[in-house]
Ligand binder design. Structure first.
Ligand code: ADE
Length: 233
């Protein structure tokens, strides 16, 4: 039996920013195949007042504007189901990792709240969000690009999303190692050749070479990653 489709809601004041990302490539195909439904929810639809404002000046003064609680609470109230996981995108959140993507790919319903401007009212953080995610130690103009990154990493893990099943098992961060060097034709390009072992036809030796390369590359580039276990692929 096929797994129930994942449902994703992305709450943002810039829903059109997602059109291109969601309408291309694997994200597009996964939606067409019924593996996931993704809806962009315009926060302004839940705003009130003549100007439908979604932000306001901070109590206590200071620069910038703060995302108001009412439209966000109303949007989440409208969308939330018992199985929903509400995620606030913020540079203060837990660093996004492949393991987080794998956990979120098991969920039934994800609601992303994309923060804007200089911050969000703290009550959104404390009373609404089940988790807070940061995609890195830098500040984006708004959380919608960050949400798109998380959605992309999650959707490609859904069974059937990538052409060949298992393609996502053999890659960087799933194995705990960065990927080994890959080559394709031609065998010599601008005087640059390829490692002879790859055309030897000896699959055991190729697998051994790839693992050695992956280990060396991970040590050199990402000494912060934990060393792989001996039985890892
Ligand atoms: N919003 C702004 N910057 C962000 C980041 N680095 N991660 C998640 N959400 C954000």
């Amino acid at each position: 039996m096929a797994a129930a489709p994942l449902h994703i809601d992305i709450i943002t004041i810039f829903p059109r920013m997602l059109d291109g990302i969601l309408g291309e490539s694997i994200l597009k195909r996964a939606q067409e195949a019924g593996l996931v439904t993704i809806r962009c929810v315009n926060l302004r639809d839940f705003a009130t007042g003549a100007h439908l404002t979604t932000d306001d000046r901070p109590y206590g003064g200071g620069p910038g504007m703060v995302m108001k609680p009412e439209p966000v609470f109303k949007a989440v109230d409208h969308l939330r189901r018992p199985e929903s996981k509400v995620i606030l995108m913020t540079p203060q959140g837990e660093p996004f990792k492949q393991a987080t993507a794998q956990a979120l790919a098991q969920a039934a319903h994800l609601i992303f709240i994309c923060g804007h401007y200089e911050g969000v009212d703290e009550r959104i953080r404390t009373a609404l969000a089940d988790m807070e995610i940061s995609i890195g130690d830098y500040v984006l103009t708004n959380g919608v690009l960050a949400a798109a990154v998380v959605v992309d990493a999650v959707v490609r893990l859904l069974p059937g999303a990538l052409g060949g099943e298992g393609a996502a098992d053999d890659e960087s961060f799933t194995t705990g190692l960065l990927e080994y060097p890959q080559y394709t034709r031609p065998p010599v390009y601008r005087g640059l050749g390829i490692p002879e072992i790859l055309t030897s036809g000896n699959h055991a030796e190729i697998a051994k070479w790839r693992r050695e390369q992956a280990i060396a590359r991970t040590r050199a580039r990402r000494p912060d990653l934990p060393p792989p276990s001996a039985d890892a692929p």
